[in-house]
Design a protein around this ligand. Structure first.
Ligand SMILES: C[S@@+](CC[C@H](N)C(=O)[O-])C[C@H]1O[C@@H](n2cnc3c(N)ncnc32)[C@H](O)[C@@H]1O
Length: 868
């Protein structure tokens, strides 16, 4: 295998400063592991980090050399060794530039590094007052540490759960202030570093050279030998991985000030103190800070006296005081920060404070986080674009940021940019999974430049373009309040009034009830993940939410229904145990074929065969022409009143589909197993504009004979259902009910059907997506067919919906409930039919003659339609 050119380059660079491959190899390996193969971190500044690490390794190996190297720093070493440091304490001090964040330090934090710990200066900064030092000491209290390492599942290192709970400040920002670290080094190493610096500055014109920056940089450390090394950033809660380090800089929004005692200030949970000189050296800062969710004013602002108008940052060229101490108060819920380097690297940092009361806190992997975030977005914002990805959103954001930051034609502050241009595409797609009341969610602009749109529930935030500051720095700073879908409490208008520059409040159009909120959060896929496919919902008509119910993908017995699924009950003649593979491919139909006339009901493509389907359609649509069965002692009538029995109104003798099942020898993918595989079509629950409430539609073209879904609900005896109906009538509830399906297809086969076997399905409380299918008189585009799967007992079967014709994408899927609108004594609530069919039985045209004529019309219509 050809050697990795990056490895070769690393060797070459080290060789140039007198380090052999043998020395480089082990250290490089460790660094790659430590930095998650992030070569940029190793390569930057001409492999400075690598050189540092090698020297540290070497120094650890040769104590004599180390002693020599430590000349002049004995005092500090003594201090260090006499007081074993707690990790965070060291690191916190690092923020003031006193701790090395070199790989060895970080590895030491991880607990198993052969790297030597960096030396730590024990003295305060030159000119630093004792007060300053003591304030540093105050913030250097040991804190829980968690190490975030993207892409590593095992990257969490936590300290004391109690600490975690009591100090829920999980915000950490990688400090770019490696130059502020002061570390004593051996002369040899110093020489090499100088060499390295020179090399790294070669050809980097637009950037200030490190040497130049060194000159500009105030000599804060008081040591001419101080070499500035990488510092891990720490915050009271978290230490970030080296991967998340510089050269990104925290918004420069607050001057550093030491004169306010920390005790008097709100307790900071994030401190970012980039080295000003370093900022000058490396970056044209473009920083955006978006504060989400009612964030309080940063404590640092309080510390700084909140002197500046409009939160505009102080130019970094001021003094050391202009170094930032940006703190985020405990109450802050989320803080978004964006930073970029002149090299075009953009970093988005989101910190939030939501650990309170979460004793089981652990660091999730980045993959886990993204997945969970994606799911949450899909649920909350009802995005159904299959390409939706949080990562993509973040990338888009970076791109937009760079566009904004680099396009000089965008002079006007009025200009706005889409963070997520892809959302425009979504606008064009069918409205899904959300309320679409207005294309544009009501948004208040506290001060121009911020906008929000909602296209079918997908919100596109727009951020203000960067502000051109007089000192040439471009800084974006916007506090933003987004309250979507009523998820937040009241008082938003007040917040709007108080909003600072660029603040945004998206006002909810609809205050959710607890049930709706629950639904919104958990059911944006109406199936709750129970099906193979997700089924979103959409309301483009009003602000109603889908009814709350329990989604079940399979029928469940409520109480008294007798359903026997035992294998022993399936006799040899009821299963094809000798079959192998796909029963449909066999030359002779096996015992599981649905009937002798048509053989199997399905085609090899998984559709119901045309002739079988036609038989079912004509049987359902023209019952007068087919056989109806009349019971002598009708279980339906019995369930209503078994003392004064009404005569049976008739039951349709239906054709059954029989599917292979567990006792069959064929393959699970056998073509005679369709319904049992569950929903495969792209469906959507939507609010119908015709006043039928919610309905179901397809999002894709469905050929004739396609299995759409099963009618799933609680298996009740008809007696139980009737009792339910009575209870509902007395409870005065006006909500819509799912229409029950009576499983009466085999009643003709039995002399007397007892109550436990006279079953129906009720999807009102427990059901699947079929509970949303609306009724259409006669020419519905779906037909229900009884399907036997697990049990040869005909009194229990599955009721499956198949398309009765080709159905176009976005067409509503309908089913003829078989309802007689003139019969007030039905097991179901009657409704004013709005099916829109010209065969509607609810228009007082329901004489059987007229129906018959209409049926002829329908047949003709269907023939015409099929002929195209
Ligand atoms: C099985 S549910 C269908 C889903 C229902 N539309 C909803 O919003 O939950 C049956 C109920 O929907 C309504 N419905 C169904 N078909 C209808 C039609 N053609 N015209 C008017 N309302 C209809 C009736 O209220 C009926 O009781």
């Amino acid at each position: 295998m050809a050697p990795n050119p990056r490895v070769v380059n690393a060797f070459r660079a080290m060789r140039a400063i007198g380090i052999t491959e043998k020395q480089v190899k082990p250290v490089l390996k460790k660094m790659l592991k430590l930095y998650d193969k992030n070569w940029e971190l190793i390569e930057e500044e001409n492999y400075r980090a690598l050189a540092d690490a090698i020297f540290e390794e070497e120094e650890a190996k040769v104590p004599e050399e180390k002693d020599e190297a430590a000349e002049g720093t004995l005092e500090e070493e003594t201090l260090v060794s006499s007081e074993p440091e707690l990790p965070l304490k060291r690191l916190r001090r690092g923020q003031d530039g006193q701790v090395s964040g070199s790989p060895s330090d970080i590895e030491a934090e991880l607990g198993g590094s052969p790297f030597k710990k960096s030396k730590v200066e024990g003295k305060g900064l030159a000119g630093e007052t004792s007060e300053q030092q003591s304030s540093d000491m105050r913030i250097s209290q040991p804190k829980p540490i968690a190490i975030w390492s993207p892409n590593r599942n095992t990257s969490s290192q936590t300290v004391s759960p109690d600490m975690r709970i009591s100090q829920p400040k999980p915000i950490a920002i990688w400090s770019p202030n490696r130059n502020t670290s002061s570390q004593t080094v051996s002369p040899r190493r110093l020489a090499v570093l100088e060499h390295s610096k020179q090399r790294s500055n070669e050809g980097k014109d637009p950037l200030l050279s490190e040497a130049a920056a060194q000159q500009k940089r105030p000599n804060l450390k008081g040591s001419s030998q101080a070499v500035h090394l990488k510092d891990p950033i720490v915050q009271q809660g978290i230490l970030l991985s080296p991967k998340q380090k510089m050269p990104l800089i925290k918004p420069k929004d607050e001057p550093f000030t030491d004169d306010v005692p920390f005790d008097d200030a709100p307790q900071p949970i994030a401190i970012i103190r980039p080295d000003c000189a370093r900022k000058e050296q490396y970056f044209n800062q473009r920083v955006s800070s978006l504060k989400l969710h009612r964030q309080e004013r940063p404590a640092s602002r309080v510390l700084a006296g909140e002197g500046r108008e409009g939160n505009l940052p102080v130019p970094s060229s001021l003094t050391r005081d202009s170094c930032e101490l940006a703190t985020i108060p405990e109450e802050a819920q989320a803080n978004l920060e964006i930073a970029t380097s002149a090299l075009g690297e953009v970093k988005i940092s989101l910190s939030c404070n939501s650990l309170l009361g979460r004793p089981n806190f652990h660091m999730p992997s980045q993959d886990e986080l993204l997945k969970s975030m994606q799911e949450k977005c899909l649920r909350t914002y009802k995005i159904i674009d299959p390409n939706f990805s949080v990562m993509q959103i973040l990338k888009d954001m970076c791109e937009c940021f760079l566009d904004l930051a680099t396009d000089s034609s965008h002079e006007s502050q009025e200009r706005i940019l889409n963070v997520t241009p892809a959302l425009d595409l979504m606008k064009k797609s069918a409205g899904v999974g959300a309320i679409k009341q207005n294309d544009r969610i009501q948004a208040y602009f506290a001060n121009r430049s911020v906008d929000a749109y909602c296209f079918d529930g997908k919100a596109a935030l727009q951020i203000p373009r960067s502000l051109q500051l007089s000192n040439g720095l471009e800084v974006m700073h916007s506090r933003e309040e987004v309250i979507a879908n009523g998820c937040s409490g009241s008082g938003k208008e007040k917040e709007f009034e108080d909003a600072e520059y660029g603040s945004l409040i998206v006002v909810p159009q609809h205050q959710l009830t607890a049930d709706e909120f629950r639904f919104l959060n958990y059911h944006s896929d109406i199936t709750k993940g129970e099906e193979m496919v997700e089924i979103p919902w959409s309301n483009e008509v009003n602000s109603e939410f889908p009814p709350v119910f329990n989604y079940i993908p399979r029928n469940l017995i409520f109480q008294n229904a007798y359903v026997n699924f035992s294998l022993s009950q399936i006799r040899a003649e009821n299963c094809c145990s000798a079959c192998i593979g796909n029963c449909l491919s066999s030359s002779t139909p096996c015992v599981c074929s649905s009937d002798s006339e048509h053989g199997f009901a399905y085609t090899l493509e998984g559709l119901v065969k045309e002739d079988f389907l036609e038989d079912c359609i004509s049987l359902t649509r023209n019952p007068q022409r087919q056989f109806l069965f009349y019971c002598r002692d009708c279980p339906l009538e019995r369930s209503k009143n078994d003392e004064m029995l009404e005569p049976c109104k008739g039951h349709l003798k239906r054709k059954f589909i029989k599917e292979c099942w567990s006792k069959c020898g064929c393959h699970k993918q056998c073509g005679n197993r369709v319904v049992q595989r569950g929903i495969m079509c792209k469906l959507q629950v939507f609010f119908t504009p015709e006043g039928k409430g919610w309905g179901l539609r397809t999002l894709e073209l469905l050929p004739k004979g396609t299995f759409v879904c099963e009618y799933v609900g609680e298996i009740l005896t008809n007696k139980e259902f009737y009792e339910r109906k009575m209870q509902r009538a007395t409870s005065n509830k006006t909500e819509k009910h799912a229409y029950p399906a009576v499983l009466d297809a085999d009643w003709c086969l039995k002399g007397v059907v007892n109550d436990e076997e006279a079953l129906c399905l009720d999807a009102t409380f427990y059901g699947n997506v079929a509970r949303f299918i609306n009724h259409r008189c006669l020419d519905a585009n779906m037909i229900e067919i009884p399907v036997k799967i697990e049990t040869p007992d005909h009194h229990y079967y599955h009721l499956a919906f198949f398309t009765a014709r080709e159905v176009n994408a976005l067409e509503e899927l309908t089913w003829d409930y078989g309802i007689d609108f003139d019969d007030t004594d039905q097991p179901v609530e009657l409704f004013q039919c709005r099916c829109g069919s010209k065969f509607c039985r609810n228009m007082k045209r329901s004489s059987s003659k007229l129906i018959l004529n209409l049926y002829e019309d329908l047949i003709q219509q269907q023939d015409d339609w099929e002929r195209g």
